[in-house]
Design a protein around this ligand. Structure first.
Ligand code: PLP
Length: 356
């Protein structure tokens, strides 16, 4: 069966992009990052001989307060390998109904692990302890074994919302009490850390596994790191090998991740400032109702403009502003390291023209 890839490929012949708020994945490696990549010491990663990758895994394990870590090409592979490691076919995973593992990983959890995900409700991509408790099943042979609770920090579709620490810990305590493991999708974990001021070890301490994406706000071209116990990472390594995620001279890309840890974390605060400026500007535009700016993801409703989100995004793109859509009348705009404060003014000026 043919698969329609069209929405993911920009049509040819578009005018030049002036401001790219489409995604924080669209950053280009900086000169400093590329220089670090050029100088990386490398070896054969599959055999544990790539010193730069080994150092990254050690560094990340320490940074997160976990026993071990594993370098992988993408966040999706981190989620899929974590779930393959935690769960068996027929298991049930509890996650928010808008979770990336449920909506955006090609059905990978069903296809690879053979587990089912039950989506929990809750405002802004978060769920609370009562909602989790209500989803727990009695353990009998009719019920699917419930083995994993998953949270997203920050909650992407929820608006880049940061889970309050007490809520993260409460959810994990309920999961553990019920005999379930806990997994954190930390695609934008460092945005949550920078926005909240909660130390990262504290933020992840009640989660058995977690990963950080380097290709979102941290600005590398490739790479994510999955963290957990020695045993967990040992099994995860076998899945990495099986799925073809074991690499060779991966130090070339791990060096970019080291560079990002050294240079690109504190500056996430700038992205949050720019996101707030964008929201303030959007609130002045006719027919636009922005959601709160929590971190670097800005969502706004455009139903009162009479345009759908995709019509509005297309008109904006024809004037040089790229944004993505998240529902019929919900537009998403991301700030990141290739977006300056001046770019926010340009973006708002373009939107003013589109709405005039
Ligand atoms: C981007 C993203 C992922 C997947 O990461 P990739 O590196 O794109 O594979 C998973 N979860 C969330 C919340 C994300 O935003």
């Amino acid at each position: 069966m043919a698969i329609d890839y069209a929405p993911l490929i920009p049509p040819a012949g578009l005018p030049p992009m002036l401001v790219n708020l489409y995604s924080d994945t669209q950053t280009k490696p900086t000169a400093g990052m590329k220089a670090a990549m050029m100088e990386a010491e490398v070896g054969d990663e599959q055999f544990g001989l790539d010193p730069t990758t080994n150092a990254l895994a050690d560094r990340m394990a320490k940074m997160m307060g976990k026993e071990a870590a594993l370098f992988l090409p993408s966040g999706t592979m981190c989620n899929q390998i974590a779930i393959l490691t935690h769960c068996r076919p027929g298991d049930e995973i509890l996650a928010h109904e808008t979770a990336h593992i449920l909506t955006s990983e090609g059905g990978g959890v069903a296809a690879l692990t053979g587990a089912q995900i039950t989506g929990l409700r809750g405002a802004k991509g978060l769920f609370d302890g009562d909602t989790l408790r209500a989803a727990l099943r009695s353990k009998n042979r009719n019920a699917p074994p419930q083995t994993l609770v998953e949270v997203e920090q920050t909650a992407n579709s929820g608006g880049g919302v940061v889970w309050p620490q007490a809520q993260l810990d409460e959810v994990a305590a309920i999961a553990h009490e019920a005999g379930m493991a806990t997994h954190m999708d930390g695609a934008r974990l460092m945005n949550a850390v920078v926005a909240s001021g909660v130390p990262v070890t504290e933020m992840v301490k009640s989660y058995d596994s977690l990963w950080l994406d380097f290709t979102k706000g941290l600005g590398t071209p490739i790479g994510a790191v999955l963290c957990g116990s020695h045993d967990f990472i040992g099994t995860a390594w076998r899945w990495k090998q099986r799925l073809g995620g074991a690499m060779r001279q991966s130090g070339i890309i791990a060096a970019a991740c080291h560079y990002a840890l050294d240079h690109n974390i504190d500056r996430l605060a700038d992205d949050h400032v720019n996101a707030r400026a964008l929201v303030r500007g959007l609130a002045q535009l006719p027919g636009i109702v922005p959601e709160d700016a929590n971190t670097n993801l800005v969502f706004f409703d455009c139903s009162a403009t009479g345009m759908t989100a995709s019509a509005l995004a297309t008109k904006a793109r024809l004037r040089g502003l790229a944004m993505s859509t998240s529902g019929k009348y919900r537009v998403r705009a991301c700030t990141h390291l290739d977006v300056s404060a001046a770019d926010i003014d340009t973006a708002l000026a373009i939107l003013r023209e589109v709405l005039a």
